[in-house]
Design a protein around this ligand. Structure first.
Ligand code: ASP
Ligand code: MG
Length: 409
C-alpha cells in the first residue's frame, strides 16, 4: 500500500466529464489499496475569468480581496471532485488549503508556504477516505486566505507530498511528460523517461512551461521525486529527480525556444562606474525581470562609451523602455532601441559539465542554417542564444537534430 499525492491541472478538470474521468482514475488506484490525496486546480479558464471580473470593477483591486476571489476557483473543483468519487461509491472528503493545514506568509497573491500540518488529512486517510485538497491556496497564521502565485497548485501538491512523506507524487497535465523539445515545433521530439531537477528548472526558465518554477525548486530542496504525466491516457510520464551520474552520459537533455522575450539596447552609454547599477536598479524597482545582459567593449573617441543590451519578458517591454527613457537626462546615452522579433533558443543538459565543444557545435549548427546570433549566455548546464524570431523554429529543429537525433547510418 502506497500513499500517493496526485495533482490534476485545469485542463484535466475542465468540465464535469473530465472530473468524472479523474474520479475513475482515483478509483483505480484505490482498488489497489493505495491511500490517495488529490490536489486540484481551478477548472481551466476559471482563474483568468475571475481576474477579468475583478479588473472590470477596478484596475488595481485589493490583493486580499483578489485572494478571497481566486480561492473560490479551486473550491469549486474540490467539491465537484469529491461528489464524482461519491458517485462511484468512494468515500472522499474535500479540504480547503487552510483545512489541509497549509500555513503561508501574508504576501497576498504570491504567498510563500511557511509550514504544513496536515492533521485532518492524516486522520481522514487513516479512516480510509480519499482526501481532495484545493491547490494554490493557504492561510496566514492570523487566518487570512492567501494564494501561492499563478500555477500554484503544483506547489501545493509537491509541498503536501513532502509534508505527508508520500511514496509518490504525480502531476497530471495535458501532455505526456517532459519532451526533448516542443512537439509542435519539433515533430520528432521524444518524451524523456527522467530528468534532473536542475535541467527541469533551466528548461522552465528557458520558456518550456510544464510546471510552476517555484514548485520544482521546492521539490529539489526537499527531495520530492515526482512524475509529470497525462490525465488523458495511461502512458508513463517523466520522472523528475535528483541528478545521478549516468545522466551526464547525455550531453543535451532538451532544446527550448522562448518566443516571449524582447530586447532593449541602449546605444552609446557612458562607460563609467555606477551606470549599470542605476539602470538595473530602476528596472528592478519597476518589478521588471531582466534575463540576459550583454555589454560591448568600449568604443568611440573622446569619452568612452559602450552599447548595453538586455532582454525582458515581452509584456514588460513598454514598461522597460519607459523606465530607460526616464533615465535619459541622467545617464546621457545616445538612444534606446527595442526589438520584439527575437527568440531565445536554449539547450540544457547536465552532461555539458563533462563534455567539451558543446557551444561550438551549437553555433556551427546555427551557422549552417544561416542564423545570426545576437546575444549569448551560458550557465554550467545551459547555453542560450538570442536569434531572429522568424528563424526560431527552423533553428530549434536544426539544433534538436544535431544533438538529439541519431544520424542515419
Ligand atoms: N488556478 C490557478 C491558476 O490558474 C492555480 C493553478 O492552476 O495551479 O494559476
Ligand atoms: Mg493551471
Amino acid at each position: 500500500m502506497a500513499l500517493i499525492v496526485q495533482k490534476y491541472g485545469g485542463t484535466s478538470v475542465a468540465n464535469t466529464e473530465r472530473i468524472k474521468n479523474v474520479a475513475a482514475r482515483v478509483a483505480g488506484y484505490r482498488s489497489r489499496g493505495d491511500q490517495i490525496v488529490v490536489v486540484v486546480s481551478a477548472m481551466s479558464g476559471v482563474t483568468d475569468n475571475l481576474i477579468k471580473l475583478a479588473k472590470d470593477i477596478m484596475p488595481l483591486p485589493s490583493e486580499r480581496e483578489m485572494d478571497m476571489l481566486l480561492a473560490t476557483g479551486e473550491q469549486t473543483t474540490i467539491s465537484l471532485t469529491a461528489m464524482a468519487l461519491h458517485a462511484l461509491g468512494i468515500d472522499a472528503v474535500s479540504l480547503t488549503g487552510a483545512q489541509a493545514g497549509i500555513v503561508t506568509d501574508g504576501v497576498h497573491t504570491k504567498a510563500k508556504i511557511l509550514n504544513i500540518t496536515p492533521k485532518q488529512a492524516h486522520a481522514l486517510l487513516k479512516a480510509g477516505k480519499v482526501v481532495i485538497v484545493a491547490g494554490f491556496q493557504g492561510q496566514t497564521p492570523e487566518g487570512q486566505i492567501t494564494t501561492l502565485g499563478r500555477g500554484g497548485s503544483d506547489l501545493t501538491a509537491i509541498a503536501l507530498a513532502a509534508a505527508l512523506r508520500a511514496d509518490l507524487c504525480q502531476i497530471y497535465t495535458d501532455v505526456d511528460g517532459v519532451y526533448t523539445a516542443d512537439p509542435r515545433i519539433v515533430p520528432c521530439a521524444r518524451k524523456l523517461n527522467e530528468i534532473a531537477y536542475d535541467e527541469m528548472l533551466e528548461l522552465a526558465g528557458a520558456g518550456a512551461k510544464v510546471m510552476q518554477l517555484r514548485s520544482v525548486e521546492f521539490a529539489k530542496k526537499f527531495g520530492v521525486v515526482f512524475e509529470v504525466r497525462s490525465s488523458m491516457n495511461d502512458n508513463p510520464g517523466t520522472i523528475v529527480k535528483e541528478e545521478v551520474r549516468s545522466m551526464e552520459d547525455v550531453v543535451v537533455r532538451g532544446v527550448s525556444l522562448d518566443k516571449n522575450q524582447a530586447k532593449v539596447t541602449l546605444v552609446a552609454v557612458p562607460d563609467r562606474p555606477g551606470v549599470a547599477a542605476r539602470i538595473f536598479n530602476a528596472l528592478s524597482d519597476a518589478a521588471i525581470n531582466v534575463d540576459m545582459i550583454v555589454q560591448n567593449v568600449s568604443h568611440g573617441v573622446g569619452l568612452p562609451a559602450t552599447d548595453l543590451s538586455f532582454t525582458v519578458d515581452k509584456p514588460d517591454l513598454l514598461k522597460a523602455t519607459k523606465v530607460i527613457e526616464s533615465l535619459k537626462a541622467e545617464i546621457a546615452y545616445r538612444e534606446v532601441i527595442s526589438d520584439e522579433n527575437i527568440g531565445k533558443l536554449s539547450i540544457v543538459g547536465v552532461g555539458m559539465r563533462s563534455h567539451s565543444g558543446v557551444a561550438a557545435k551549437m553555433f556551427e549548427t546555427l551557422a549552417k542554417e544561416n542564423v545570426n546570433i545576437g546575444m549569448i549566455s551560458t550557465s554550467e548546464i545551459k547555453i542560450s542564444v538570442i536569434i531572429d524570431l522568424a528563424k526560431g523554429e527552423q533553428a530549434t529543429r536544426a539544433v534538436h537534430a544535431a544533438f538529439l537525433e541519431s544520424k542515419p547510418a
